[in-house]
Design a protein around this ligand. Structure first.
Ligand code: FE2
Length: 204
């Protein structure tokens, strides 16, 4: 009997290395910092870059973002997402935090702008937060942003299709994230991106 085994691909290698790291490093900040070069390898993989040209466009609906989901770890709970922003997407994306989770946001294809904010008046329990922009930087393929719990940020398109791979310590969409408005200072929370299952790489 011939048993066909699939060749190990870039996603398999990423998952193996990430699980090894999570097993040996319990301290969260150290763990997520050490994950950065492992994600960099995934972002540099030519097969992943090629496959991403065919990933479907993520479409926000009623203010709720969409993420592609490629993998959720059954033991450690981390999730591997894709985020594709088509040329058709215009307007500013919402300023937000990711609640209690750690996130690595890696640009796979194209360019975009990353904005970071800090809270200067923090009355979130009353639905009020004043924020100030502290970072506004253009990033390109291979660049990775580590977003710690409750850090305020936004990614803005720059007039081209952009693809990112996002690693989250917990799958999004099941818990609330913070939302900020620089003009009204209204703060509220709502569910994170809905998760659309997609194969990261061709299966044949
Ligand atoms: Fe985000």
């Amino acid at each position: 009997m011939v048993v066909e085994t699939r060749k190990e691909n870039a996603l398999d290698r990423f998952v193996t290395k990430t699980r090894e790291l999570f097993a040996r490093e319990p301290e969260l900040d150290a763990r997520w910092t050490a994950l950065t070069p492992i994600l960099a390898e995934l972002l540099a993989d030519p097969a992943v870059i090629t496959a991403s040209k065919s990933w479907p466009d993520c479409v926000p609906v009623d203010g709720r973002a969409e993420n592609l989901i490629f993998y959720e770890d059954p033991d450690y709970g981390f999730a591997i997402n894709g985020l594709t922003k088509s040329l058709a997407r215009t307007g500013r994306s919402r300023i937000h935090d990711h609640g209690h989770i750690y996130t690595l946001y890696g640009v796979l294809d194209g360019h975009e702008r990353i904005e970071r904010y800090e809270r200067v008046v923090d009355r979130r329990s009353e639905g009020y937060a004043e924020i100030k922009r502290t970072v506004d930087v253009e990033v390109s393929a291979g660049e990775i942003d580590l977003v710690r719990p409750y850090e305020v940020h936004a990614e803005q398109t720059v007039g081209e299709r952009t693809v990112a791979i996002i690693i989250r310590s917990q799958k999004g969409g099941t818990f609330n994230q913070g939302r900020y408005d620089t003009e009204t200072h209204v703060y509220f929370e709502s569910l994170g991106p809905r998760q659309t299952p997609v194969e990261m790489l061709p299966t044949t």
